[in-house]
Design a protein around this ligand. Structure first.
Ligand SMILES: [Zn+2]
Length: 232
């Protein structure tokens, strides 16, 4: 007999397999990231359909088959996907979670962060990806130094400041090199609020386009750097 495992899961990705199957990447409360195969889910009468779809938060049951985990039940708790823009953000969050979290390992901090993130997607679509991304990195041990210059350790004064993915944080103008990216003091402030998880402030935050752009540039740069560092 196969052991039936029940857990809560966030559905991140799906790919079609064969005529009627789908393979889902899910992040679960008790087993971390998994791939589960939903057999015959594309048939009209599939009972899995109502609970297994991307950006669903569901209670699932699966068994370990010979080669793959097979989804045997999925009961919807909440749908997270809303409009098109929110869907795009949800894809971004799912991608980051899939790329940065390796292996099947329970991690309650990542689970809680992912659940909180999807729950806040509808209300805060503009910032929620960045909130998730930087806090996920902190959990994974990649929190950058954003309080002092990562090279000379001096306290930062709001002037010309830079971000270095390679050095792992903010660099003052004396220590900066050409490879470092300029960062606005306001962007650094936003990062600090993310790490403090200060939602009282985050809920009221209106971020100017220039700071949003700088946040996007730095996030992408750090993301690429960490993916590279992990593949060597
Ligand atoms: Zn310095």
């Amino acid at each position: 007999m196969f052991t039936r495992h029940r857990t809560e899961a966030l559905f991140l990705k799906k790919t079609n397999q064969g005529e009627t199957n789908q393979i889902f990447t899910v992040y679960t409360k008790d087993f971390g990231k998994l791939e589960v195969t939903a057999k015959a889910i594309r048939k009209i009468k599939s009972k899995l359909k109502s609970g297994a779809e991307i950006f669903y938060y569901s209670e699932i049951e699966f068994i370990q088959g010979k080669a793959r985990k097979i989804l045997t039940d999925a009961v919807l708790i909440k749908k997270f996907r809303q409009d098109l823009f929110q869907s795009q953000i949800a894809y971004q969050i799912s991608q980051a979670l899939d790329d940065l979290v390796k292996g099947e390992e329970e991690d309650i901090k990542i689970w809680n962060l992912a659940k909180e993130t999807f729950a806040k997607l509808e209300q805060h679509p503009e910032i929620i990806y960045y909130y998730f991304f930087w806090n996920l990195l902190a959990i994974l041990g990649y929190q950058p130094e954003i309080w002092r210059c990562v090279v000379c350790q001096r306290k930062l004064i709001p002037a010309h400041l830079y971000f270095s993915s390679v050095k792992g944080g903010i660099v003052c103008s004396d220590c900066s090199t050409q490879a470092d990216k300029e960062i606005f003091p306001e962007t650094i402030k936003i990062l600090r609020i993310f790490f403090k998880k200060n939602w009282a402030t985050l809920s009221k935050l209106k971020i100017d386009n220039q700071y949003k752009k700088s946040l996007a540039v730095i996030s992408e740069d750090y993301f690429t750097h960490i993916l590279k560092a992990n593949t060597i």
